[in-house]
Design a protein around this ligand. Sequence first.
Ligand SMILES: [Mg+2]
Length: 377
Amino acid sequence: MNTKDVIKQVEIQLLEVPLEKPVSDAKVIMGKQTPLTEVMLTCATITTNDGRVGFGFTYCKRNGGPAQYALAKEYAPLLIGEDPNDISRLWNKLLWSSISIGSSGVAVQAITPFDIALWDLKAKRAGLSISKLLGQFKDEVPCYNTTGGFLQDPIEKVIDNAQKVLSEGAGGIKIKVGQKDYMKDVKRVEALRKALGDDVAIMVDANQQWDVSTALKAGRYLDQYDLVWLEEPVGALDVEGHYRLSRALETPIATGEMLTSFEEGLPYLERPAFDVCQLDAPRIGGITQFKKVVERCEEKRLVLAPHYSMELHLPLVATYSNDVWVEHFEWFEEVGVFIERVEMNNGFMKVPERPGIGLTLNEERVKSLNVATDIFN
Ligand SMILES: [Mg+2]
């Protein structure tokens, strides 16, 4: 068995992907953030001595993208000359190289593009898609749209957006809530439910803007609309608050997108303190870490609905045996970041059969998005 692969070159790129229009959730409405206008991507392309190539990326919304890139620039040379098959060892080598800044957040998110590129490489070497390599369970995955339900749009516009994306194949609609006067949110949810009928899956997302008692009161109203979940009703690190709400409300409680390592997710996963796990592979350090999340979710029979990054999460959740959702964001497709597009029909996304993670940067388009490139040999 020949496993004498050696990493010859690592190229990293920082891309700035603009949004067609700025978007606002409850964090903006409550004055904590400005509207989101772009997403920063740190990409890694790893090439081996025999010319095999793996690609991976991590992302950042608002500030922090250049920090992820700066640390990735320190990590990249540590991979030269290494065996790309030793993914676990290399993940730990990178983490330990920067351990004095911690083992979550930027420290692991800067590992993510390399980790994903190494898994991409391994799957391509085996001639398999990443979901087949990890052990596929599903050929298609239910998906819901988020981008039409932000708070800057009046409810009439949200309903139009929802009808459009449902006709394009989405299987559910997420609407942002979390306003100080939660009855305003309840009215928006009621109007959406009325307009879409009883059969459409609806999720609501408060983006951490309530306290437990407000979330309880709002949640009791929301319980009547048969929602798939209530997301981030309270602060992202409030395990006890989420636990109490998941026991008190009929609507399942979702959270996890703001957690920045597998270990930060453990208090939720072990108890469990949520019904729907939304840990996000790029935010917690890539596929090596996300595999552990999938195993914990299996044990507790949770719903797995990772936040954002549909291009990556689609094949990853396809390995899960219980209920899953993928979050549909058109942002990268509008800009044309990747050559490939997701196939969405009748409420489902088709799990790609392409080798590896099945994503290729659209080099022509990327030229205008590129902020920095560094190559290590
Ligand atoms: Mg959310």
